[in-house]
Design a protein around this ligand. Structure first.
Ligand code: I22
Ligand code: ZN
Length: 197
């Protein structure tokens, strides 16, 4: 296969995945935005986590909350649990890698906070332990996943939101996760604007 064809296939598959996701996920996207907005209104904060490309997405989300998305507004409370290498390495070294997010949630999570848990497979142990610890801390969870949902789907409780991208390719799922993150940021901004209008 020539390289131009490969490029076309990446673009076409990404477009198709996003179109399928639009048909399936509009309602849970609204629910996720409402969960974030309600938490912020009640002085909560949003913690985010993931591995590899999803760690980047976790940080992308928190930066658009803390700084801004596209609307001028105050900074919103968010912490990506993927950035503090001293904390991450000490937890992994002293305990196990699967504890790296959960231990931070034990310290930082409060009732009414929200965890944005990102895993394309739904099977990353450290993200799944983070979900369990978030529930134990009185938090709700927004789960960004894909494929068949993995172990993650069985951990979710009433009041949580699952945004499972209908694809098996990690790359296509991640490309759609970022669109979901941007949708949530935009809707939260509009809920905030509506409140002050
Ligand atoms: O970004 C990519 C692949 O596109 C990789 O870095 C990917 O994030 C890593 O393989 C992660 O470990 C996958 O974890 P998960 O999405 O299954 O939770
Ligand atoms: Zn990637």
């Amino acid at each position: 296969m020539n390289l131009q064809t490969r490029i076309q296939q990446h673009f076409t598959a990404s477009i198709e995945t996003k179109q399928k996701a639009l048909g399936l996920l509009q309602e849970p996207i609204l629910q996720a935005a409402q969960l974030v907005f309600t938490s912020i209104q009640q002085n909560g904060k949003i913690l985010s986590c993931g591995n590899g490309g999803s760690a980047g997405d976790a940080q992308h989300f928190s930066s658009e909350m803390l700084n801004r998305f596209e609307q001028e507004r105050r900074g919103l409370p968010a912490i990506a649990l993927t950035t503090d290498t001293s904390t991450l390495t000490s937890i992994a070294n002293d305990y196990r890698y699967e504890r790296v997010f959960a231990r931070q949630i034990e310290a930082l999570g409060r009732p009414g906070d929200v965890l944005l848990a990102i895993s394309t497979s739904g099977n990353s142990a450290n993200v799944n332990r983070a979900i369990e610890t978030a529930h134990a801390s009185g938090m709700r969870v927004i789960a960004l996943s894909g494929k068949a949902g993995g172990e993650m789907k069985d951990l979710l409780q009433d009041g949580d939101v699952e945004l499972r991208v209908p694809a098996d390719s990690t790359a296509r799922i991640q490309e759609t996760h970022l669109l979901l993150i941007h949708c949530i940021c935009d809707l939260v901004d509009h809920l905030l604007l509506a409140e002050t209008a």
